[in-house]
Write a protein that binds this ligand. Structure first.
Ligand code: NI
Ligand code: MN
Length: 230
């Protein structure tokens, strides 16, 4: 049983649960931080956290090439289906979950905004909690710090992926507090260094995580993969 996380730069992650490829927030072709183009990635499922271009940019293109099922809040699922011809979508809403072949996906709260690139209403922004055979993986996606992260932590997390870029999301200080609330075994930083306004020293943040929490911080470079041990 293996679960492998690959950071594709910015907020985009590819999670391989055994042979299933789950792509989160694909922003590749126009991303200065992405090691790959939209044409080059595999996907069986695509999870979209909100409507901003730096999360939804390549979703339709990849779904229409691969036949992947897109999982998103209802409004974004409808937008992809009606305006971009995406054949398979699962529209859900905050607090709901759905059983997929690789595990259960729950849509969690996120404090952010959400409008689609053409101005369409994007519903509420969200994060995702994935229950896989190797444990629970929480992707906070774009959000500020919120106290109910403690409730997500109560689920018992193997992995948390948290934004540290600041400006548009939590910065390093709040992300450290988030680690204390979530108490995951491992934490991986995301949504930083794409552009100068969200430049951060992830290694320095990882050192603080190691010193101040019981969580192990794993810092990847764009294109790099990490497998959940054991
Ligand atoms: Ni955003
Ligand atoms: Mn973003």
């Amino acid at each position: 049983m293996t679960t492998r996380l690959t950071w594709l730069g910015h907020g985009c992650w590819s999670v391989a649960v055994e042979n299933t490829s789950v792509l989160i927030d694909p922003f590749l072709t126009d991303s200065p931080a992405s090691p790959v183009k939209a044409e080059e990635v595999a996907a069986d499922f695509i999870l979209i956290s909100h409507g901003h271009f730096d999360h939804v940019a390549d979703a339709a293109r990849i779904a229409n090439r691969t036949g992947a099922t897109v999982v998103a809040i209802y409004e974004i699922a409808e937008w992809l289906s009606k305006k971009h011809g995406v054949a398979k979508t699962i529209g859900m809403n905050l607090g709901g979950s759905t059983a997929l072949p690789f595990g259960r996906v729950k849509m969690t709260l996120a404090f952010h905004s959400s409008v689609l690139p053409d101005g369409s209403y994007g519903g509420a922004p969200c994060g995702f909690l994935l229950t896989t055979p190797q444990g629970k993986l929480y992707f906070a996606c774009d959000t500020g710090l919120f106290g109910d992260m403690k409730l997500i932590g109560d689920e018992g997390l193997e992995v948390a992926v948290l934004p540290i870029g600041d400006l548009f999301t939590m910065g390093p200080d709040d992300a450290l507090k988030a680690v204390e609330l979530l108490r995951p075994r491992y934490v991986l930083p995301s949504h930083y260094n794409t552009w100068p306004p969200i430049a951060q020293d992830a290694q320095q943040w990882a050192t603080r995580v190691r010193q101040q929490t019981g969580t192990q911080a794993v810092v990847l470079q764009p294109g790099q993969s990490w497998e959940i041990p054991g």
